[in-house]
Design a protein around this ligand. Structure first.
Ligand code: ATP
Length: 312
């Protein structure tokens, strides 16, 4: 478990992390979301004792990182996958770390196997692809078999297969009862990986809730309706307080009214329906909506097509 209380980091005039209080619980994947510059890496560095808080405290299983006897066995982290000596092989890199942490040699083979690098373990890591580098970074984090794991943007630049692999790994680590804390600015990725979300913007806590609750609270439900009589149904829905927009082929998009009510209305007035589907905004949309005011670098974004999903 990771617990922060009033965690604050100031760089001169800049308040990078602003009085964050949160608890990251074991047994689930907690996604750490925020736009660029929100303070995610700074927070993670403070958890790992790599940065000193200007105020507040953060502990891992009740202790500050700096007070741990053998940190490698208690917490594993992937902060910067490139922080590896290119002249060394994956095996040498892990064996050096293992010796520092008093970890037996067989564990090096175990983690190499776990991340799928056994076949290239003796090759110099200089020739590693981004994905292999990430795998090696993850192997280092897992070396001490720690209960707490932190990954800063682990899927950055990975191909779909690598992303899927990391996603499944996070979930299985959480299912083993570990605390898994992972930062990302890929909302769609968190939607598929995380159980719980911590959202920050400009260093401040914006949300701390389960993923499904985040979506429910931050996205308006819309309903897509296809009918042989769009004009008539639109009138009926509007008369009952719903809001209707139409697209070119006569499909209605209704907000402010759920599928049950629309279906009943259609039935009562004998309007034939061809499709009635609840849509919800993706996490991406909910996140952008929520952090709209806290984005450090705003760019003009063209009004994009909504890519809603059918509600589960
Ligand atoms: N060593 C530093 N000195 C001065 N300012 C810093 C330092 N490290 C971070 N900052 C500033 O603190 C703020 C938070 O940065 P941080 O890297 O923690 O954000 P982030 O959420 O991880 O962003 P990104 O997604 O872009 O990595 C930014 O405005 C950044 O410029």
């Amino acid at each position: 478990m990771i617990e922060a209380e009033g965690l604050t980091k100031r760089y001169g005039e800049r308040l990078a992390v602003d009085s964050l209080t949160f608890t990251i619980r074991p047994g689930q994947v907690t996604g750490f979301l925020g736009p660029n510059g929100a303070g995610k890496s700074t927070t993670m560095r403070m958890i790992l004792g790599l940065d000193t808080p200007s105020a507040g405290v953060v502990t891992i299983d009740g202790k500050p990182f700096t007070a741990m006897d053998n940190p490698m066995r208690e917490v594993g982290a992937l902060l910067d996958a490139k922080a590896i000596h290119g002249g060394r092989s994956a095996y040498q890199h892990l064996w050096c770390l293992a010796q520092l942490g008093g970890i037996p040699k067989r564990r090096v083979d175990e983690v190499l196997e776990l991340v799928g690098l056994t076949g290239v373990a003796r090759k110099r890591s200089k020739g590693f692809s981004l994905g292999m580098g990430q795998r090696l970074g993850i192997a280092s984090a897992l070396l001490g078999d720690p209960k707490v794991l932190m990954f800063d943007e682990p899927v950055n630049g990975l191909d779909p297969e690598g992303i899927l692999w990391i996603r499944n790994l996070m979930k299985s680590l959480a299912a083993q009862g570990r605390t898994v804390f992972v930062s990302s600015h890929l909302m769609s990725e968190m939607e598929n990986t995380a159980d719980h979300l911590l959202v920050i913007g400009r260093g401040r806590l914006i949300a701390d809730c389960p993923v499904h609750e985040f979506i429910r609270k931050n996205s308006e439900l819309a309903v897509r309706v296809r009918t042989a009589e769009p004009t008539r149904l639109a009138e009926l829905v509007t008369a009952e307080g719903g809001r209707v927009t139409t697209d070119g082929d006569g499909t209605l998009l209704v907000t402010g009214m759920g599928t049950d009510r629309i279906g009943d209305l259609a039935f009562d007035h004998q309007v034939r329906l061809h499709e009635l589907a609840a849509l919800r905004a993706s996490l991406e949309e909910a996140f952008m909506e929520m952090t709209r005011d806290s984005v450090e670098f705003q760019a003009a974004v063209p009004a994009g097509a909504v890519a809603p999903e059918v509600a589960r």
